[in-house]
Write a new protein. Structure first.
Length: 761
């Protein structure tokens, strides 16, 4: 064979090999992908090429036997390799195939890598597509469609997929879905809602999903709420579109519009119900925080229409809003309902108590129905009792553990000395006393008794003093002292709005004159903001030995004096929440004694006090009050005379006092406690003339100081002390006392009621 003929044969063989290759390998392989990722398949990579240069050299040189030997060597070296058609044609020129340029072009496009595909001019792809359409080659049209998808040209790809179907190729649902989705995304970014809707309809026709919602969610995620809103609205009334639109409106800060969409009465999903209820609850909380209680109730009405359980917190907001608006009946009903469901809601129990304060029967019914209400009523009653110093009642109500064992029996030993003296010596009186007291709580009554021994004595009348019968011969005899035992019994009862105290006492013997029986009945009533007290009393006037026990006339041995003061005292105190107190007091009494002219007295006093510095105390003080006062007292007769027919007690016709008073008390319920008080007053006193003295008028400053305290030195022993001093023009007085109290059952604290245990004073 000549070289020229050999070259022709080789060329024909190459063409035939290309034709055979195209005919045998006309199906294009590509990798399938998923719509979600948006990737497109690429051609299967070619295997690493085998070095055929030696083989072709032998073929082109016409050395067919050498070429066949080289072919056998290559087959042995590469068992999987098969020679191409052009090699077979060159070895056997008579069977060389016809060359196929179309197939080569399509294969070349399918084999392009990503970078080469991007660099390929669009015109070459377009020409290839036109050639495939001319041949109705659906397979290569589909291959070109995927190549355009890879080049991010979904519009061209969609048309090629359609052409492939028209050419008889099976529908590529996956490719169509990717193309439609990418076109929809592009239209959504451009704000072309109609285009997205059209593509969505096409997607559904092709058996895929709608693209409106997918595009809308993608636009919201991309931070383009205006575009997302338009797409969601186009997808209505689907539940997912309602949800997305509501969320998008909320992203834009349009809370009311979002709430209206989420809570609309159309088709709703569990998710939109959840959004609606959650946003309504948030709006209720915001409205309540802003004190927009009517808005709270409006939102609550909408929330109850949502078919999902209403949380307890939402019901409580509605109940408190009724309470804040003063809608009593609605609030009471709401609180009743909540307490039935959640009995352990103390705040609502307290609120229900406040609403029913003017309805005792309703409050009693609520307390019997709800344990929480009963606990609040009991606690408030205990707190009120403590504020009113009703410690026995507070103990019954378990107001504080510090009151533990207060109702148990206690024994008290008391020692005291009282002294009174004036410029007119016969007014002097010294009173020494020792007493033993027992007290305890029986049911709701505190009962007690005191057995005391008193020693009364005075000095010798000054020379020339008028004492006894007139014109007494031989001067005057000294006043005899009196030592006398006494017994006092007392009882106290503390109720919801009142306290009652009664005491009766008797000097047992040796009292020269006067009655030996003393008594006191005291009742105190509590209302808001007024409290009142009334006392009925019969008590000896302890201004002198003559007035207290009576005396023996040195001339004839007869007895006179022992003056009793009998009367009634009333007091009313008005208190404000800001700790101002206005107190008004009045008294009327009658004075009677053995062989003593009867007398009558009237008195009045007004006090205005305020907490210092004008607020309640949260520290070591229970209270500290200070303020002005004014008082007046007057008697019918001046009985400050020591002759027969007179009582020897201070009885001015007018006594005016105006001054400043202050008192403090340390905190209740601790291991120790103090009470201190002081009064400073300008006094103007007028006394009528007597047979022994002319009319007198005394003016000056009076000072009265008081200090009491007690200390629980051990759980069973309590030590107390009391000091008092008075200094005035023409008069001085003092008192000093000690008490030692024993408790069979250990106690934990002291209380101000125990500062005054000497019931025989």
């Amino acid at each position: 064979m000549t070289p020229a003929r050999l070259l022709v044969a080789i060329g024909l063989g190459i063409l035939h090999a290309a034709h055979v290759t195209a005919a045998d390998d006309s199906r294009i392989e590509y990798r399938q992908d998923h719509v979600q990722r948006g990737d497109v398949p690429v051609a299967v990579p070619r295997p690493e090429p085998i070095d055929l240069r030696t083989l072709w050299f032998h073929l082109q040189s016409g050395q067919l036997s050498a070429a066949r030997s080289e072919l056998e060597r290559l087959r042995e070296a590469h068992p999987q390799w098969q020679p191409d058609a052009d090699i077979r044609a060159a070895l056997d020129p008579d069977t060389a195939p016809v060359r196929d340029p179309y197939g080569e072009r399509m294969q070349a496009i399918a084999d392009l890598g990503s970078e080469a595909l991007e660099a390929l001019p669009l015109s070459k792809l377009t020409a290839a597509a036109d050639a495939a359409r001319a041949r109705d080659d659906g397979g290569n049209l589909r291959m070109l469609a995927w190549r355009h998808l890879e080049r991010r040209e979904p519009g061209i790809a969609l048309a090629l997929f359609d052409d492939a179907c028209a050419a008889g190729d099976p529908k590529d649902s996956e490719g169509l879905a990717i193309a439609l989705a990418r076109l929809a995304r592009a239209a959504a970014k451009a704000g072309d809602v109609d285009r997205v809707a059209a593509l969505s309809r096409r997607s559904r026709q092709e058996g895929g999903g709608g693209l409106l919602l997918d595009s809308a969610w993608a636009e919201r995620a991309a931070g383009r709420p205006d575009s997302a809103e338009a797409l969601f609205r186009a997808a209505l009334p689907r539940a997912a579109a309602v949800e997305g639109l509501a969320l998008t409106l909320r992203d834009q800060g349009r809370f009311d519009a979002a709430l209206d969409i989420a809570c609309a009465s159309g088709a709703q999903s569990a998710r939109t119900h959840e959004l609606c209820s959650g946003w309504l609850e948030e709006a209720m909380a915001d409205a309540y925080a802003g004190e927009r209680y009517r808005d709270v109730l409006t939102l609550y009405g909408r929330r109850t229409q949502v078919p999902s359980p209403v949380p307890d917190s939402v019901d409580e907001l509605a109940a408190w809003s009724h309470y804040a608006l003063g809608q009593r009946d609605a609030a009471v009903a709401a609180f009743h309902k909540r307490l039935e469901q959640r009995p352990d809601t103390p705040g609502m129990a307290a609120a229900l108590v406040n609403l029913l304060r003017d309805d005792p029967s309703g409050l009693a019914a609520a307390a019997s129905k709800h344990p929480g209400v009963a606990a609040v009523v009991r606690r408030e009653a205990a707190d009120t009792a403590l504020a009113r110093k009703q410690f026995d009642r507070a103990a019954r109500l378990d107001a504080t553990p510090a009151l533990q064992n207060r109702g148990a029996l206690s024994a008290t030993l008391a020692l005291s000395r009282r002294q009174r003296s004036g410029d007119r010596g016969l007014a002097r009186l010294d009173h020494d006393r020792v007493a033993l007291s027992l007290s305890g709580l029986y049911d709701s009554w505190r009962l007690g008794g005191t057995l005391g021994w008193s020693d009364f004595h005075s000095g010798v009348p000054a020379p020339g003093a008028d004492f006894g019968s007139p014109s007494q011969p031989g001067g005057v005899a000294p006043l005899d002292g009196v030592s006398d035992p006494s017994l006092h019994l007392w009882a106290r009862h503390e109720g919801d709005s009142y306290s009652v105290y009664a005491r009766v006492g008797r000097d047992l013997w040796r009292q020269p004159a006067g009655e030996a029986l003393s008594a006191l009945l005291q009742a105190r009533f509590f209302t808001d903001p007024l409290s009142s007290q009334i006392e009925l009393f019969q008590r000896p006037i302890a201004d002198s030995l003559l007035s207290r026990t009576g005396a023996v006339d040195p001339a004839d041995g007869s007895r006179w004096g022992g003056v009793m003061d009998r009367g009634v005292t009333g007091q009313a105190t008005w208190s404000t929440a800001s700790d101002w107190h206005l107190s008004v007091e009045g008294s009327v009494s009658q004075q009677n004694g053995d062989d003593v002219e009867d007398n009558h007295a009237v008195g009045a006093r007004i006090d205005l006090r305020s907490g210092w510095p004008g607020q309640r105390w949260d520290g070591p003080l229970d209270y500290w009050q200070i303020g002005p006062f004014a008082s007046w007292r007057g008697f019918d007769n001046n009985q400050f005379v020591f002759t027969r027919g007179n009582g020897g007690y201070f009885s001015p016709q007018d006594e005016y006092r105006i001054g400043l008073s202050s008192e403090l008390l340390t905190r209740e319920g601790r291991r120790w406690q103090l009470r201190a008080g002081i009064e400073i007053a300008w006094t103007d006193i007028t006394e009528d003339a007597t047979l022994a003295a002319p009319r007198q008028r005394t003016r000056g400053v009076n000072v009265d100081v008081r200090l009491q305290g007690h200390w629980l030195i051990t759980p069973r022993f309590q030590l107390g002390a009391r000091l008092q001093g008075t200094d005035a023009r023409g008069f001085r007085g003092s008192y000093a006392g000690l008490t030692l109290q024993w408790f069979p059952q250990a106690r934990r604290a002291v209380w101000s009621r125990e500062l005054s245990l000497d019931h025989g004073d």
